[in-house]
Design a protein around this ligand. Structure first.
Ligand code: CP
Length: 306
């Protein structure tokens, strides 16, 4: 593995499968009465989050603790960032205390690349602006493989706010690399220019996009990244692009419904779909711990495990 995990392009196909296979072993640790191994004892990991997070921050912290790393969380609200300190100064001050890894979430695309250039610590991208969220795509692939036993040849429909989604960009990279047939659907105002060049199809009609799908992955409307109106109203968005039970019936009978969270219920997904029998949304959250344990373990050089 490279020093840092900043984007899916940092991983070879073999490394992706190594992470997924290692996550299988890590999941077993979470089933033990004492959910802890000494593997990363003596390693210090800083979780540096400049944007809100529930799933990613919590699952990284649980993963670090299960591997016995010394872990600490820095949130913007309690840091000197509020006094005007820059990202680089913040990172250099943390670096001066010699952590082994920094897990970074930041609103600016490429923030993690900047830190990777100036820090000796290994940098893990926990979401950078609209760019990438590689560990989310890895846990999504893990969840798909768990249910379908393969990724190659599956039809994956990804629906929603494509433009602002770092989850989309990481998943397109990863799923096409592993041989999935990826079809995107969303409002034309929210389709990234040239995305077809990444080996995916784009359909405006959700009803067409989900026909015969093995996997439907819904994406959140990211109002916090929008300047201006991309669609007339949330009600109209749900009517045209929302995932309803009726639309799910157009997919394969054993389709799985995914969403990275947080969900806007009644906007991109109906509650009966989010909570229904095809939903694996909470399994994605659970798998996030095992996948992040695998990433931390492999980036640390795969030390001996008990
Ligand atoms: N999927 C995801 O990144 O969720 P959080 O923003 O809660 O971390």
């Amino acid at each position: 593995m490279k020093k840092d995990l900043l984007a899916i392009a940092d991983l070879t196909r073999e490394e992706i499968y190594l992470i997924l296979d290692t996550a299988e072993a890590m999941r077993e640790i979470g089933l033990r009465p004492i959910k802890k191994v000494p593997t990363l004892r003596g390693k210090t990991i800083v979780n540096l989050f400049f944007e809100p997070s529930t799933r990613t921050r919590t699952s990284f912290e649980i993963a670090e603790k299960r591997l016995s790393a010394d872990t600490l969380n820095i949130a913007v609200a309690t840091s000197s960032v509020l006094k005007g300190e820059t990202l680089v100064d913040t990172a250099m001050n943390i670096e001066a205390m010699a952590p082994d890894m920094i897990v970074l979430r930041h609103a600016s695309s490429g923030a993690c690349h900047l830190l990777a250039r100036i820090c000796k610590s290994r940098i893990i991208n926990a979401g950078d602006g609209m760019h990438e969220h590689p560990t989310q795509a890895l846990l999504d692939a893990f969840t798909i493989r768990e249910h379908k036993k393969r990724i190659e040849g599956l039809k994956v429909a990804i629906v929603g706010d494509l433009l602002h989604s770092r989850v989309l960009r990481s998943n397109v990279q990863l799923l096409t690399r592993l041989g999935a047939d990826v079809c995107l659907s969303g409002p034309p105002t929210m389709v990234p220019a040239g995305i077809e060049r990444c080996g995916v199809r784009v359909l405006t009609s959700v009803d067409e996009a989900v026909v015969g799908a093995d996997v439907i992955m819904m994406l959140r409307i990211q109002q916090e990244r929008m300047q201006g109106a991309f669609f007339p109203s949330l009600r109209e968005y749900f009517t045209v692009f929302g995932m309803t039970a009726e639309r799910v019936r157009r997919a394969k009978p054993d389709v799985i419904i995914m969403h990275p969270g947080p969900m806007n219920r009644g906007v991109e997904i109906a509650s009966d779909v989010a909570d229904g029998p095809y939903s694996v949304i909470l399994e994605q959250v659970a798998n996030g711990v095992a996948v992040r344990m695998a990433v931390l373990y492999l980036l640390a050089g795969a030390p001996e495990m008990d």
